[in-house]
Design a protein around this ligand. Structure first.
Ligand SMILES: O=C(O)c1ccc(O)c(O)c1
Ligand SMILES: [Mg+2]
Length: 619
């Protein structure tokens, strides 16, 4: 069997920020084949439709559709004549634009009539007029249409009209937001589906109009089965463009090109998820092989002391670079002070901070091939003779994600480092990394979700919100199925929260804290305290409340309080965690003991935030 043809990729101009020229340039630069021109973008453009046509053609793009045409049908004879005139004017514009497809949205006027015979007669006349002008009409059921809300109602009218110039537009948002069934889409003749618009959205309890106008996002960023929707339309035989139509406040405010790139990545992914194309499989993840900090000599020495106080051993020095290895059980931390490297560039921009993570994957070349297919930038650091070359992909914030397989994991430390005489062998047992939390720029949550989901098949957990003293923080954790990789993503729109200040002070997003799972948290906390770095103290009130909520034993509570240990419980089990003071007011470490518990102690976040802030101001 021939592999099926890839479908052209398109984006509606409303999905991107900037001027019409910005939007078109971005769409062309990242590699779309064409666009839907949204009328508002044309009206605001200081030039003729012919100028737009030329700009689009010069960029190598195509205009797949002009949209929207609204509130046409069901308004009575007088208005019908005016609406036909209005349609003719739009046909003129389309002739100049050089596109033959016009989107017609179902009428949303409260007084619109829903009589099928009347609608059929009016839409038939429109179809005839369109045909005379070489135009085709794609009729779309808006979820909040007065009478026509469901794709099946629009399809019913398309069948009644029964003209080659009149077909169906399917928009995943309208169908999936109403929880409407996809059954039957695959039996619509493919050539009667004139256009497909794809949008995802988070599940929200909100009126559907506001939901659609503000919270749509790219396939893979929300909770809808956009792949299932796409699969149904492709099963019908649709072979036109896959087009993104996203109304989203963050997209309107965000950078044009990165958003355009996210969109294309999402389309490439959803086309594969729908079974149309094949992508190299996502890797099975085996956890975090190492965390790398960008430092200079002074910050490296200070961070080395900080790590030693947590019980890390200085385990080796890189053979050819200013790079050191610290190790605690299965946790490897690399301090990179090499001049003229990705790390030094990161240091110059952000100060001491995590510049790279290494993920254990079962197949490095396949993961790289997947990254390339999904348009994720890759990176290879220069290496000395005999040293391991570790390929990496770049996260949206620039952090490198190295890809390490089992063989590299076994060999690279010995090959690249002069290991200390008594280094503990890297153990796969505890302590190990439990999760790595990142603080993101406002508006960029969807970008990171898309990256981790499409490339590594990490799944977003539900959004958690918690109160900082100075605002709200929203958190979503990306997790693989085994839980060996967990990446909480935190965002705050309020400028004074710990999360927001981290982003501001470090000149951007990045790793905000690293949580290490230990076999016995009390022991780990004692060691750290003896070495000069006690966990952040927690107020007595907290333990009073714990006793009331969970009925813990006095002795246990006393010990927990002594070590600054917080507690939570869920259906799966118990969770103990404690926080070490910030390193130079920046990132910090969490020590934890997990017994079947699945969360991250979000209930305790306000307590630890207040405690850590106190510690910062008194330190
Ligand atoms: O929100 C709207 O009005 C609107 C317009 C055009 C569309 O294709 C759509 O899905 C929604
Ligand atoms: Mg639409």
């Amino acid at each position: 069997m021939h592999p099926l043809k890839k479908l052209p990729k398109s984006i509606a101009t409303v999905s991107l920020s900037g001027t019409l020229a910005d939007k078109l340039e971005a769409a062309a630069a990242v590699g779309y084949e064409g666009v839907e021109i949204f009328e508002a973008d044309l009206l605001a453009f200081d030039g003729t439709p012919r100028d737009v046509r030329k700009m689009v053609a010069d960029l190598g793009l195509e205009i797949f559709m002009f949209q929207p045409f609204r509130d046409f049908e069901g308004l009575g004879p007088a208005q019908f004549q005016r609406n036909l005139d209005r349609a003719e004017r739009k046909f003129d514009v389309m002739a100049e634009l050089g596109t033959d497809l016009l989107l017609l949205c179902s009428n949303v006027q409260p007084h619109a009539e829903g009589n099928p015979a009347q609608l059929t007669a009016e839409l038939s006349e429109l179809a005839l007029r369109a045909a005379k002008r070489g135009v085709r009409i794609a009729y779309e059921a808006l979820a909040w249409g007065t009478h026509v809300k469901f794709w099946r109602q629009a399809w019913d009218l398309v069948q009644r009209v029964s003209q080659p110039s009149f077909g169906l537009a399917l928009d995943s948002f309208h169908t999936l937001s109403l929880g409407d069934s996809l059954a039957g889409i695959e039996r619509v003749p493919g050539e009667k589906i004139f256009f497909i618009q794809l949008a995802d959205a988070p599940k929200l309890s909100l009126d559907v109009l506001s939901w659609s106008r503000h919270y749509r996002n790219f396939p893979g960023q929300g909770d809808f089965d956009v792949a299932g929707f796409t699969h149904a339309a492709l099963a019908a035989g649709y072979s036109g463009p896959l087009s993104l139509e996203i109304f989203n406040d963050n997209f309107r405010a965000g950078p044009t090109r990165p958003t355009a790139l996210d969109g294309l990545r999402s389309l490439i992914w959803v086309e594969a998820e729908a079974g149309r194309t094949e992508l190299p499989e996502p890797p099975a993840l085996g956890g975090v092989e190492f965390v790398e900090f960008a430092v200079d000599a002074r910050a490296g020495a200070a961070l080395g002391r900080y790590l030693a106080a947590m019980g890390f051993a200085r385990a080796g020095k890189h053979r050819s670079k200013a790079v050191e290895l610290y190790r605690l059980g299965g946790v490897n931390i690399v301090l990179n002070a090499e001049p003229d490297s990705a790390a030094s560039e990161h240091f110059a921009l952000h100060g001491p901070s995590v510049c790279a993570l290494a993920l254990k994957v079962n197949d490095v070349p396949r993961t790289l091939a997947r990254a390339q297919a999904l348009l994720c930038p890759t990176w290879a650091e220069r290496t000395g003779p005999g040293e391991h070359r570790i390929p990496a992909v770049r996260e949206p914030d620039g952090t490198l994600l190295y890809l390490v397989d089992e063989v590299a994991s076994q060999q690279m430390w010995g090959a690249d480092f002069d290991l200390a005489a008594h280094v503990p062998v890297a153990a796969s047992a505890l302590p190990r990394i439990d999760h790595i939390a990142q603080a993101l720029n406002p508006g960029s949550m969807d970008r990171f979700i898309l990256f981790y989901r499409t490339l590594f098949n990490l799944v977003p957990e539900p959004t958690i919100e918690y109160a900082d003293r100075f605002g709200l923080v929203r958190s979503r954790t990306m997790k693989n199925t085994t839980g060996s990789v967990r990446i909480p993503l935190n965002i705050s729109e309020s400028p004074a929260t710990e999360t927001a200040r981290f982003v501001a002070a470090g000149a951007g997003a990045g790793v905000h804290h690293i949580a290490i799972a230990t076999p016995d948290l009390k022991v780990a906390a004692s060691h750290s305290t003896e070495a000069g770095m006690a966990p952040v103290p927690i107020p007595a009130n907290y333990y009073e409340d714990l006793e009331a909520r969970f009925g813990l034993e006095d002795e246990q509570l006393r010990e927990m309080r002594h070590h600054g240990i917080l507690y939570d419980r869920d259906a799966g089990g118990e969770f103990f965690h404690a926080y070490l003071p910030h390193f130079q007011g920046r990132f910090f470490f969490e020590l934890l003991e997990r017994h079947g518990y699945q969360g991250y102690g979000a209930n305790n976040a306000p307590i630890r935030l207040a405690a850590m802030a106190r510690k910062l101001t008194t330190a």
